[in-house]
Design a protein. Structure first.
Length: 279
């Protein structure tokens, strides 16, 4: 069902390009990285550096025959999402650094996995020792609970509409997710799956996580634009979810959260292990 929704969204919505975001929320002395990356698996999904990215879709033999007769090809993310104004930001959302920086940290999150917050904290800590001209941090989400898609979508919107503010937003969103879960357990005896924004509240008067952050942005999201931004979040989050699935397959990732540094899937994630893998 969800795959069908993603396909419909990819076929039916519009896009262009965007600039990379760059903020690390307070920096230390930057580590000196090489000017190039030796691992050929790095930057494979970067649309700012490649005209096409690996396509792991597989057509059935019947579909392949039909496509051949019609002169068609297996659909690609570039072909399906390329009409959306911010399509590059959605399939490759840069939260830190410049999009063409040689080094790459891919962060794949599941908002429903409590350890995603800890993994993200390690990424943020590592970012304080990185130069945005040398390394970028790119974020994807494939959450077992659907509301994570909206939260990822807002991160994408912030990355191109409020440059430099995506990193602190994601810290807030992951922290609030776990806090609301804990508060639900404390007050109700159990936490419910966050399938929509209203599940992710404790009291009826609470604002959903992404709506509550609108006022934290600089400038804040105007009240007149809140609904359109919320709709964008859902759509962009689904585009990103599709690419998260592709990247997970490409790097052999079986469970989220996960971090891939310069084409290498880290078996253990800490700020130190991230920085070591970059050098």
């Amino acid at each position: 069902m969800r795959g069908m929704l993603i396909t419909v969204l990819l076929l039916g919505l519009m896009l262009s390009g965007c600039g990379g975001a760059s903020s690390n929320g307070g920096s230390k002395a930057a580590v000196n990285l090489s000017s190039s990356v030796q691992n050929g698996n790095a930057n494979q999904y970067n649309p700012y550096m490649h005209q096409s990215t690996p396509n792991l879709r597989e057509a059935t033999s019947e579909s392949a025959d039909m496509l051949k007769k019609l002169g068609g090809v297996v659909p690609t993310i570039e072909g399906e999402a390329g009409h959306r104004p911010q399509w590059k930001c959605e399939i490759y959302p840069v939260f830190f650094g410049t999009a063409t920086a040689p080094h790459e940290i891919l962060v794949l999150l599941d908002f429903a996995a409590p350890q995603s917050e800890k993994v993200w904290q390690a990424v943020v800590e590592a970012s304080r020792s990185l130069s945005p001209q040398q390394c970028k941090i790119v974020v994807f989400a494939n959450s077992k609970e659907y509301y994570g898609t909206d939260l990822m979508g807002l991160g994408i919107w912030i990355s191109h509409s409020r440059p430099g503010q995506a990193m602190p937003y994601l810290t807030y969103a992951l922290g609030q997710w776990n806090k609301v879960k804990a508060d639900q357990k404390s007050t109700r005896g159990k936490a419910v799956p966050f399938q929509n924004e209203y599940d992710a509240t404790v009291k009826n008067t609470d604002y959903p996580i992404h709506y509550s952050y609108f006022s934290h942005l600089r400038p804040p999201v105007p009240a007149s634009q809140e609904l359109s931004v919320a709709k964008y979040c859902y759509d962009a989050g689904n585009v990103n979810l599709y690419q998260a699935e592709q990247i997970s397959k490409y790097y052999g990732i079986k469970a989220l959260p996960a971090v891939v540094v310069d084409g290498q899937h880290l078996s253990s994630v800490s700020a130190g292990s991230i920085l070591k893998a970059l050098q």
